[in-house]
Design a protein around this ligand. Structure first.
Ligand code: KG4
Ligand code: ZN
Length: 341
């Protein structure tokens, strides 16, 4: 089954052609991130204006790179939320129009379900469920206990900021550019991870929830106290990156203690691009198979993961995958997972 995926939930405009949820024929991503480098975050209306300009060329490129025509596309999949409403509307309006003109079925996909599916892009292996998935991005930080590609329960979540947000806001405090994850990781190179101690939030809580606001405040006071921040930057970044990753790893460790039946551990979302986090994963997973997306471009927002999730929806929900949809800026995945069929 060949699916054309479309994703415009934040500052990216992406279109991809994916066969059977795994074989990526193209994955075109146009980002307006550079315009927000000094802003510390995305300005929704500005991002949406750029998306309106480039959505059709991006779709055309995705088809051309996949050497495919609309006749060969079996369905169109689009992120319908959560995300920035104006940005989402660019994608959903385009997808509905193209689907109607080209007479193709339309599948709406929850953005997080896209991230959860991203480990299967370019990966021919079969999963062993149950799977524990940490999905950590700029908008959410969740732990899912999954019993299939499209079913599962939320076992942990952030109580305040998302992990990516803690990187992004930390970068603003340190005078580094947006997005904060890659800039902090780069500035941390060669730094001493133990130079500055940070707390391990919720460590004594048995629930595998997360809280990043205390770490952010600790960084704020550290920056205020340090006289020569530029000179200490690698040590500060290395210690802060270590603190954020240690908290994520502690959540995974607690979730595996509560759910020892998990056979695999997956880490997805923008933060899964973090090499330091990846290097520490095996130590908390006790010999379980650990997976993250095969390419860095599959960690951050992309349309291939949306096409992949749409394929698994058609496999597991049949015609119900083609529900008429609404664009919803804020929607929990738990709602979708608990729908009775
Ligand atoms: O999944 P994503 O592209 O968009 C959302 O759904 O939010 O994630 C973007 C987030 C940003 O907060 C960014 O700082 C973070 O992922 N990120 C990273 C890295 N690359 C991107 N965080 C840590 N280390 C990285 N290498
Ligand atoms: Zn995302």
């Amino acid at each position: 089954m060949r699916i054309l995926g479309i994703e415009t939930s934040c500052d990216e405009t992406s279109a991809a052609v994916v066969d059977d949820g795994r074989s990526v024929l193209s994955n075109v991503i146009s980002s307006s991130q550079a315009s927000f480098k000094t802003m510390g975050g995305v300005i929704p209306e500005e991002a949406a204006r750029k998306q309106v300009e480039c959505i059709l060329p991006v779709i055309r490129d995705a088809l051309a790179q996949a050497n495919s025509t609309f006749e060969e596309i079996d369905a169109i999949a689009v992120t319908n939320g959560p995300g920035l409403l104006v940005s989402l509307l660019v994608g959903t309006t385009t997808a509905r129009t193209v689907a109607s003109v080209q007479r193709k079925p339309l599948i709406s996909v929850h953005h997080t379900l896209g991230h959860l599916s991203s480990v299967w892009l370019d990966c021919p292996e079969e999963p062993s469920f149950p799977v524990l998935t940490l999905s950590a991005s700029g908008g959410h930080t969740d732990l899912w206990l999954r019993t299939s590609h499209t079913q599962g329960t939320l076992v942990g979540r952030t109580r305040d900021d998302a992990a990516g947000e803690a990187f992004d806001k930390g970068a603003v405090m340190l005078g580094l550019s947006y997005p904060g994850g890659p800039s902090i990781a780069k500035s941390a190179e060669g730094g001493d991870r133990k130079a500055f101690p940070f707390p391990l939030p919720l460590h004594d809580d048995s629930l595998p929830d997360f809280s990043f606001s205390g770490l952010k405040t600790a960084l704020k006071y550290l920056v205020k106290d340090l006289k020569d921040i530029q000179h200490m930057l690698p040590d500060v970044c290395a210690s802060y990156e270590h603190a954020l990753c240690a908290h994520l790893l502690d959540g995974i460790r607690k979730a595996l203690t509560l759910h020892p039946e998990c056979k695999e551990v997956h880490v997805v979302g923008g933060v899964s691009a973090n090499t330091y986090l990846r290097s520490q994963l095996d130590a908390v997973c006790n010999g379980r198979k650990v997976r993250y997306p095969q390419k860095l471009s599959y960690c951050t927002d992309n349309a291939a993961m949306i096409a992949s999730a749409a394929f698994f929806l058609t496999q597991e929900k049949n015609e119900r995958a083609y529900d008429a949809f609404r664009t919803i800026a804020s929607q929990p995945l738990t709602h979708l997972f608990s729908k009775k069929h």
